[in-house]
Design a protein around this ligand. Structure first.
Ligand SMILES: [Zn+2]
Length: 182
């Protein structure tokens, strides 16, 4: 999320003014409005040899394992961005990609575009990810937010029972969300 408190052009402190039907931080000299539009985030429920790949971010210490996520680069389609992120983070290649759905993640002002990705190759994590697990689909336990809803919808579509887990506290990093093992 953008966190401008000064105009990026003239460095004047932004003031709260009516703009486009809401109060927003606006440059009083007319250069800039901070719109705070939600940021799209790509998420992949990666199926690899019949199981689902969940990874733990190297910065997380809360034991959560999550979907593969990332941001779009300019000039990419969402599918291209998803394939690139998967390659960068796991060295896997996309064999088939299907949209699961689009989900709110209001807490972080993000919109999640979630795919089911059938992936091939040999798993090799990059530095962002500390470890991974391959989980049988019926053992997935989504949490009640963001990518967890995508995981739950995918499970329901396969006829699996969904058992959510309730986390004690919000994760401190983006999308420390979806999967964990019981
Ligand atoms: Zn300005």
């Amino acid at each position: 999320m953008t966190t401008w408190t000064y105009c990026p052009e003239c460095a004047t402190p932004l003031e709260s003014r009516e703009s486009g039907g809401r109060l927003r931080p606006v440059c009083p000299n007319g250069h800039f409005t901070r719109w705070d539009n939600p940021l799209p985030v790509l998420a992949a429920l990666v199926e690899y040899e019949g199981r689902i790949l969940l990874a733990r971010n190297a910065a997380w210490t809360n034991g959560l394992f999550a979907l593969i996520t990332g941001f779009l680069e300019s000039g990419e389609t969402p599918e291209q961005g998803m394939a690139r992120e998967l390659k960068e983070e796991t060295d896997l290649d996309v064999e088939r990609m299907t949209l699961i759905g689009v989900y709110e993640f209001l807490r972080k002002n993000e919109v999640i575009i979630a795919y089911h990705v059938e992936a091939v190759g040999t798993i090799a994590l990059n530095d962002e990810l500390a470890e991974f697990r391959l989980v049988a689909p019926h053992r997935l336990r989504p949490w009640r937010a963001g990518t967890g809803y995508a995981m739950a919808d995918w499970m329901r579509a396969r006829g699996l029972d969904v058992e959510f887990i309730d986390l004690p506290a919000p994760a401190t990093r983006p999308l420390a969300t979806d999967g964990t093992l019981t």
